[in-house]
Design a protein around this ligand. Structure first.
Ligand SMILES: Cc1cc2nc3c(=O)[nH]c(=O)nc-3n(C[C@H](O)[C@H](O)[C@H](O)COP(=O)(O)OP(=O)(O)OC[C@H]3O[C@@H](n4cnc5c(N)ncnc54)[C@H](O)[C@@H]3O)c2cc1C
Length: 512
C-alpha cells in the first residue's frame, strides 16, 4: 500500500442502465462483508478480475449518524428486526457495503486453540492447526491495526470489570480491537463516522477497488446458472432508490458465496444446489448473548468511551461450558431494552439511575442446534431454541457476571429476564441463578454472531464445504463466510472469518 488513501468506487443501482448489466469476470463474490471483502482483495491482488455483488446499500462514513435507530434502518439486515421463528432471539447482521464489519463492536480474538483442535478431531480439519493459521492471524492483525486497548481506552465500566474479576481470580484483560486512534464515541454499532474502526468499508474494499475490482451495491444475487459441477453465472437484481429493478448477470470462472450464515444457505437452498450431504442450513449456532446490569451507588456512565473495553472469562477453554463477559458501552436506550426497567414512575426512576449501571454482555459456546431454511411461504426461517446444555453455560455466565459486579462494589444486579429479576446481594447469587429455568421468551437474547449452516469438514457426507473452502459438490464454488464454522467458537468471530477467508484465497491461488 502506498501512503495515498485508497479510494472505494462503488457502482450503485442508479448508476446501472435500465436494461441492466451483463458482466464477465474471473471471480464473482456474493457479499462484501468480512469474508467477501478479504476474498475480493486477495484475489484482485493475484491479478483476477473480480466483481462483488452486495445486496445492501453503499453509505460512506460521512453519512453515518451515530443514531442507533437510523443505523438499524439503513445498515442492518431486516432493519435490525431479524429474529428466530419464535421471536425470542434477535439475530443482528449488517446489510451494507462492508457487511457486519461496518456495525460490529470491533472486539478481536484469534480462534481458541481448543476449538481448532476440536475441528481437527471431530471434523477432519487437519489443515487448520494453530500453527497453520498463525500467519493468517498475523496478517489480518497487521492489516487491521488490531491491538490491545491502551489504558485510556478502558473506561470506568471496563476498569470495574477488571477489578472485580481480579478479586475473584477470574482471568480478565483489556479488550483487543481493530480500531486506529479510537475516538471513544461508543457508537461502533451505529457505524464509525470517523473511519477509525478498521472495517471492510475502509480497508479491504478500497484496497480491492484500487486493484480494479468492480463493486456493486444494492444488488442481490438470486439465481445460479449451472453446468454440471460448476456455477457458470450468477443472476442478481439491482434495486434503485425508486424501487425499479434492473437485472445484473455476471459470468465468471470462480464463484465465491460470502453472503453470511443466514443468506448463504438460503441461496443454495433456493437454487437446490450442493446439498448431497443434506447439511445445508443445519448446524446453526449463534453465541446467544445477554446484557447484565449492576447498579452502583455512584455514577459510572458506561456509555462514555469505547464500545468494548475489557473482557473476563476463560477464553482458552470455551468448549468446557466456558463463557466470556465483555464490558460494553450501554447507553440509556440499550439499558432500557436489555432488562425489565418497569413501567410508569418505576421506569422513570430506573432510567434516572441508568448512569449508575455497570454493563457487560455475556457470550457462550453454544451447540449447533439451530436451522435456517426457506419456509413454504418462500420466506427465511431461523429455528433456534436454547439447548439445555447451553442454558447451563448461560447460567454460569450470569453467575460469573453477578459475582464480578458485587466484587466490584455493585449493590444490585439486574438480570436480562423478560420480567424483572434482580439479585440484591452477593449472598443471593446462587439461589437466584438456580431459580432460573430454560424456556421460550424468558430471556432477552441477542445474537451478534450467527454461524454454522454450511459446515466445513473432510467428510462430504457430513459437511457441505471441504477443508479448502470449496463446496464438496461443486468444482468452482467457494464459501468463506461464518457459515462454514463447524462449531461455535465462543469468542467474537470476525478475526476467524478474516483469517479463514485469507487462507481460502491462498488455497484458490495455489490451485491456479
Ligand atoms: C451488531 C454486531 C456486532 C458485532 N460485534 C462483533 C465484534 O465486536 N467482534 C467480532 O469479532 N465480531 C462481531 N460481529 C460479528 C462479525 O461482524 C461477523 O461475524 C462477520 O462480519 C461475518 O462475516 P461474513 O462475511 O460471514 O458476513 P457479513 O460480514 O455479515 O457479510 C455478509 C454480506 O453479504 C450480503 N448479502 C447477503 N445476501 C446477499 C445476496 N443474496 N446478494 C448479495 N449480497 C448479499 C449482506 O448484505 C452482507 O453485507 C458483530 C456483528 C454485529 C451484527
Amino acid at each position: 500500500m502506498n501512503d495515498a488513501p485508497p479510494i472505494l468506487r462503488v457502482t450503485q443501482p442508479n448508476d446501472i442502465p435500465d436494461a441492466g448489466l451483463d458482466l464477465v469476470a474471473d471471480v464473482v463474490v456474493i457479499g462484501s462483508g468480512a469474508s467477501g471483502a478479504v476474498m475480493a482483495y486477495e484475489l484482485s491482488r493475484d491479478g483476477a478480475k473480480v466483481v462483488v455483488l452486495e445486496a445492501g446499500p453503499y453509505l460512506p462514513s460521512t453519512e453515518f449518524t451515530e443514531h442507533t435507530p437510523t443505523a438499524f434502518e439503513t445498515l442492518y439486515q431486516d432493519h435490525g428486526n431479524q429474529t428466530n421463528t419464535t421471536g425470542d432471539l434477535i439475530v443482528l447482521q449488517g446489510k451494507c457495503i462492508g457487511g457486519s464489519t461496518v456495525v460490529n463492536a470491533a472486539a478481536c480474538f484469534r480462534t481458541p486453540d481448543q476449538v481448532l483442535e476440536h475441528w481437527r478431531t471431530e471434523h477432519g480439519l487437519e489443515n487448520l492447526s494453530p500453527e497453520a493459521l498463525a500467519p493468517y492471524f498475523e496478517k489480518v492483525e497487521r492489516n487491521l491495526s488490531i491491538h490491545q486497548n491502551e489504558p485510556h481506552e478502558v473506561n470506568y465500566n471496563g476498569r470495574l470489570l477488571l477489578e472485580g474479576a481480579a478479586k475473584l481470580g477470574i482471568p480478565a484483560s483489556p479488550a483487543t480491537r481493530n480500531v486506529k486512534n479510537c475516538a471513544l464515541s461508543g457508537h461502533c454499532l451505529a457505524a464509525c463516522r470517523t473511519d477509525r474502526k478498521q472495517s471492510m468499508l475502509v480497508t479491504y474494499l478500497p484496497w480491492a477497488s484500487e486493484l480494479g475490482a468492480t463493486i456493486l451495491s444494492g444488488t442481490r444475487a438470486e439465481t445460479f446458472e449451472v453446468n454440471g459441477r460448476r456455477i457458470t453465472a450468477v443472476n442478481a437484481v439491482a434495486t434503485g432508490a425508486e424501487g425499479r429493478e434492473k437485472p445484473v448477470r455476471v459470468e465468471a470462472g470462480l464463484v465465491v458465496v460470502a453472503a453470511g450464515p443466514i443468506q448463504t444457505p438460503l441461496l443454495f437452498q433456493k437454487n437446490e444446489l450442493a446439498n448431497s450431504s443434506g447439511q445445508i442450513g443445519l448446524n446453526f449456532a449463534c453465541h446467544p448473548s445477554l446484557a447484565v446490569l449492576g447498579e452502583h451507588a455512584s455514577s459510572i456512565y458506561a456509555w462514555v468511551g469505547a464500545s468494548i473495553t475489557a473482557h473476563a472469562g476463560d477464553v482458552e477453554n470455551p468448549l468446557l461450558g466456558g463463557y466470556l463477559i465483555e464490558a460494553a458501552a450501554a447507553g440509556p436506550v440499550s439499558t432500557s431494552s436489555s432488562v425489565d426497567g418497569g413501567v410508569g414512575p418505576d421506569f422513570v426512576d430506573f432510567m434516572q439511575r441508568s448512569k449508575n449501571m455497570q454493563s457487560a454482555v455475556t457470550l457462550i459456546h453454544d451447540h449447533n442446534v439451530g436451522r435456517v431454511y426457506l419456509g413454504d411461504d418462500g420466506q427465511k426461517k431461523i429455528e433456534y431454541d436454547l439447548d439445555d446444555r447451553d442454558f447451563e453455560s448461560l447460567r454460569r455466565a450470569l453467575r460469573g457476571t453477578a459475582r464480578i459486579y458485587f466484587a466490584a462494589g455493585a449493590k444490585r444486579v439486574f438480570l436480562p429476564t423478560t420480567r424483572r429479576t434482580t439479585i440484591e446481594s452477593a449472598d443471593e447469587i446462587d439461589s437466584v441463578i438456580k431459580s432460573l429455568t430454560n424456556g421460550k421468551h424468558k430471556y432477552r437474547l441477542t445474537s451478534y454472531h450467527p454461524q454454522g449452516t454450511m459446515r466445513m469438514g473432510a467428510d462430504p457426507t457430513k459437511s457441505v464445504v471441504a477443508p479448502d473452502g470449496r463446496c464438496h459438490d461443486l468444482d468452482n464454488v467457494y464459501v468463506p463466510d461464518a457459515s462454514l464454522f463447524p462449531s461455535s467458537i465462543m469468542v467474537n468471530p470476525q478475526v476467524t472469518v478474516y483469517a479463514m477467508a485469507s487462507y481460502i484465497a491462498d488455497e484458490i491461488k495455489a490451485r491456479g
